[in-house]
Design a protein around this ligand. Sequence first.
Ligand code: GLU
Length: 270
Amino acid sequence: LKVLEVDWQMKKINPKKLIVIKAGSSLTTLSSGLPNLKFIKSISEQIFRLYKKGFHIVLVSSGAIAQGMKIWNLTSKPKSVDYLQALSASGQIGLINNYQKEFKRFNLIAAQVLLSHSDFGVKNRSENAKNSISNLIKLGAIPIVNENDSISTEEILNGDNDRLSGKVATLLNSKKLFILTDQNGLYDKNPDQNSDARLITKINLNNFDFKKVSFGKSGILGRGGMTTKIKAAKDFLNKTNEFWILNGNQEGIVEKAILKKPFGTKIYLA
Ligand code: GLU
């Protein structure tokens, strides 16, 4: 067997430009269960523009289970682990294919990385994940991460991609983590039920009184909600990085936050 040596062109990673973007199921999937191709197109275009500006982007995307539900013609999310595993295994293919199709228009390479929360608790497994994701970035690919739901049992019920994105961003020493959702950010009360709900634009984790905020439940498709986003912020933040909750339906929203325009909720430690 002849082994072909490939001349890998490895880029250098500029640590200041490494960012993690997380897209929730409420964005990647329509309420009909069909993939939200408009969102996938617009986030792919945004990723391309950021990539051209020298950013290294890791995308954490939910939507496997939601897409699996459509394959099996389910209208509500099952509770049983067996079903959820089957849904995520079948739905993940469509999810990643949609990104790959859009990325191809820009000659961007999509690379799938499936991780389980327990990988982060085991040193050599988390190091392997870190090396593998870093190598993909050096090779110019965009890693697209999701939970490895089909091999986990406990986590498929309790895990969520908000916290996974916090763990991935911490592992990679990312400077910024952007959580994209279908709300404009964190409100003091649920904006869907209270017309006087106020958007909180800045939260310093060191002195913010969370008793002032009442969190809504997670959407019907995903597992998160504002509580898991705050937990992810607590896991990730130190004094040198930033965490944002942004509305992924707004065009170019990550680019706007990078330019420090006043959008969404910025969470930091000072
Ligand atoms: N990993 C799950 C999926 O892709 C979703 C987890 C979450 O909503 O946070 O369907």
